[in-house]
Design a protein around this ligand. Structure first.
Ligand SMILES: *Cc1c(COP(=O)(O)O)cnc(C)c1O
Length: 389
């Protein structure tokens, strides 16, 4: 350890073996469908650490990665050795020149973005053409050219054709309800995607790649079959874009053999005993109903440990569950260890993860805070060191 390594005892532990096992499951599923996985490592690999995630998955042969922005891609560039990097949010104003220079693959969502790229890319140059992808909005209403805007699709195809140094490599869409098997929305989006691809084809655009879906799409047989079918029809190769499943979450993750990757840990740094009637933390929202032993944890909402866990959340210590006592504060949290007589300063405490046969998942924390596992994982603060093991 260098002297600049963090020494405050709060950290996230990330076993490479778990990420690799999850990736292996996803890759085998994709391969069985004749498709390839794009590993989604946006938002610092959902809080796990994008640089390590990229290195780990690239070593296992993953050839496609995706982040949200050029800002996220730029810092990972030195690690790329032939792997492709999709930039899902396309281009923000002023970014075109750098994207052209670096060779990341932007997913364009509008004619305006194509305009920026073509204005920046020399018509003839020695370099290989810039490969780009196009997003079709089939019902997310987030980004992309609307599936039924034939004029915009035609204009996109025409402007591309005018520019020899820009090449459409992929066309993609994003599903709004892929994990909801009762919703007709995915089927509708797939039909719209097919229609948009047909329109592009009429204007001479046949992308070598198409992609759609998220983690759920790899496990929903109907979705997967429909996407394979579209790829076959248009003579394209299919890519699939799992994110949350890589990290061990999503619907039915356990039944699907996926394991949560990230554990979040801290240690007891102080203990005190308070009398019945005494309050704990701001505004004394916890009041001792008996002589109570309180342990101090050096983690708070500034670390992403949500304040809504106050008086609600639990942690694992010495093989037992201990409830949070009073308000989670910015940097510290107190727990009630009255029932855990052996609890001592220095004990490891699991905020998220497994201890013995018990476990607290990101879904459990999300249930307390009214959100989803995605937000819990992304919310583990920058102040919490990621320790890959
Ligand atoms: C985040 C994202 C994904 C991954 O979704 P998960 O639900 O995490 O599998 C896939 N595609 C796009 C466009 C995304 O933004």
């Amino acid at each position: 350890m260098t002297t600049s390594s963090p020494t405050r005892p709060t950290w996230a532990e990330i076993p490479r073996s778990a990420l690799r096992a999850n990736y292996g499951i996803l890759r085998r599923r994709a391969e069985r469908a004749g498709a390839e996985v794009v590993a989604i490592i946006k938002a610092n690999a959902y809080g796990h650490g994008a640089a390590e995630a990229l290195a780990t998955l690239a070593a296992d042969g993953c050839g496609w990665f995706a982040v949200t922005s050029l800002d996220e891609a730029r810092v990972l560039a030195p690690q790329l050795a032939g792997q492709r990097m999709l930039v899902l949010s396309g281009l923000f104003i002023g970014e075109a020149a750098e994207v052209v220079e670096t060779g990341f693959t932007p997913v364009l969502g509008s004619l305006q973005q194509l305009g920026w790229l073509s204005a920046t890319t020399p018509q003839s140059r020695d370099k290989t053409p810039l490969l780009l992808h196009l997003e079709i909005d089939t019902g997310m209403a987030r980004q992309g050219i609307p599936w039924d805007d034939s004029r915009a699709l035609a204009a996109f195809a025409e402007r591309l054709a005018e520019h020899p140094q820009l090449r459409l490599e992929g066309v993609m869409t994003h599903f709004a309800s892929p994990e909801d098997t009762h919703s007709p929305q995915t089927g509708q989006q797939i039909n719209r995607f097919r229609a948009a691809l047909a329109t592009l084809q009429q204007h001479g655009c046949v992308p070598p790649l198409i992609h759609a879906g998220n983690s759920a799409s790899l496990f929903e047989a109907d979705q997967l079959a429909a996407l394979c079918n579209i790829a076959q029809q248009s003579g394209s190769r299919l890519l699939l874009r799992p994110g949350i499943a890589l990290y061990g979450y999503g619907p039915h993750a356990t039944e699907r053999g996926l394991q949560p990757v990230l554990s979040w840990k801290t240690r007891i740094t102080a203990l005190r005993t308070i009398a019945e009637g005494e309050g704990v933390s701001y505004n004394a929202t916890f009041r001792a109903t008996r002589t109570t032993r309180i342990a101090l944890l050096p983690v708070g909402y500034a670390d992403g440990y949500n304040r809504l866990l106050s008086n609600r959340g639990e942690v694992l210590v010495r093989g037992e569950r201990a409830p949070i006592a009073g308000r989670v504060t910015m940097d510290q949290t107190m727990i009630d260890v009255t029932n855990i007589a052996v609890a001592a300063i220095g004990d490891e405490v699991v905020l998220l993860g497994q201890l013995g046969s018990d476990r607290i998942t990101a879904d459990d924390l999300a249930a307390h805070t009214g959100t989803i596992a995605y937000e819990v994982l992304c919310g583990v603060g920058a102040r919490v060191p990621r320790v890959w093991v």
